[in-house]
Structures are given as C-alpha cells and as structure tokens.
Design a protein around this ligand. Structure first.
Ligand code: SF4
Length: 174
C-alpha cells in the first residue's frame, strides 16, 4: 500500500517510521491522520495513502476481526489492496502458489513471451498457469531482479541476457 509510485528506499523509510508508531490495525486507528501522514511522507501521495490505511484497518477489524485473510479472493476485497498486493501477501505470508506481477515483471513477460497479457492481472494469471510448481516460490524475485538489472525499461541489456535466444522481443539488441 505504501509502495505505490515510490522508490524502494522511500517505502522502507515510511514503513519503518509508521511501524514505530503502531503495529496492529487497532493501534493504527489510535493515530491521527496527521501522525500517519507525517510518518509515511517519504513514500509520497501521503494523504491518499493515509486514507487507505485508515479504511483498510477499519475494514480488517469489522469484517475479519483484525486477522489478515489468507486467500487472494478475500485479500482483494480489502480497501486499497489490488491484485499485486493480494498475491504478495497470499504468497509470502501464507505460501499460496501465486507470482505477484509488478511493472518490471510485466515488462519481462511481455518482451520475452514468458506469459501473455497486456495488464498485470492478466500476466499474473498467465504465469500462474504456465510456471512449473518448483519455480513458484522464488519466481517473483527472479523476474523482478531480472527486470531491474537486465531487461531494463529503457535500455534492455540484450547482449548479455542469458535468455536472449528464447526472447520474442522485436527490438532485441545484440
Ligand atoms: S533479450 Fe533483451 S528484451 Fe529479451 S528478455 Fe533479454 S534483455 Fe529482455
């Protein structure tokens, strides 16, 4: 929720500051909007994110007795939680076999042909179908790092790419 349109280091700073103030939905709701906004300011869009955090905590307490649900279908019903966030929580907190797709992973999949779909949710569904079970525990980090370091947005490093011979990208270089 904090990471939307924020660099990793800024998200980390905001998370650390917020969790110093409260670490549970009940605790979070004892804080004022100003306290939350000030803590998460480094992550940007802090007024919108403050509203999301408050609504999320209220809904979690009302509908789930304060306990985070385990499945994607339940998680996605919570305020401010999209498909990527639901997949991350379902996978890393509860072991579900989902591969959460962000903009880096979508780009890698679209260029290489690893998965089909134009939007992140469709790419995620395609990866869920295509990826072998043995790959699913680590695939999110593999694809994420690959997208950040090799198949980069503006300058993909095709000349040193280990899967260049398998890639469908028409503008492939090298
Ligand atoms: S060959 Fe280039 S475009 Fe294809 S996956 Fe590798 S870095 Fe990305």
């Amino acid at each position: 929720m904090l990471s939307a349109q924020s660099l990793d280091r800024n998200t980390a700073a905001a998370t650390t500051a917020l969790f110093k103030l409260a670490r549970s939905p009940k605790g979070m709701l004892t804080l004022s909007d100003e306290q939350i906004a000030q803590a998460i300011r480094p992550a940007g869009l802090y007024n919108m994110k403050t509203r999301n955090i408050r609504k999320f905590c209220e809904q979690l307490l009302t509908d789930y007795d304060g306990v985070v649900p385990e499945t994607r279908d339940e998680l996605i019903k919570l305020h401010g939680i999209g498909r990527k966030c639901a997949d991350l929580v379902a996978h890393f907190a509860f072991g579900a076999p989902h591969i959460a797709v962000d903009t880096h992973i979508r780009r890698v999949c679209q260029r290489s042909g690893l998965a089909v779909g134009k939007v992140e949710a469709r790419v995620a569904a395609s990866l869920d179908e295509r990826a072998p079970d043995w790959a699913k525990p680590e695939a999110h980090f593999w694809l994420l790092n690959f997208g950040k370091r090799i198949c980069k947005s503006r300058t993909p490093e095709c000349a040193r790419c280990p899967i260049a011979h398998l890639c469908n990208y028409p503008q492939k270089k090298g």
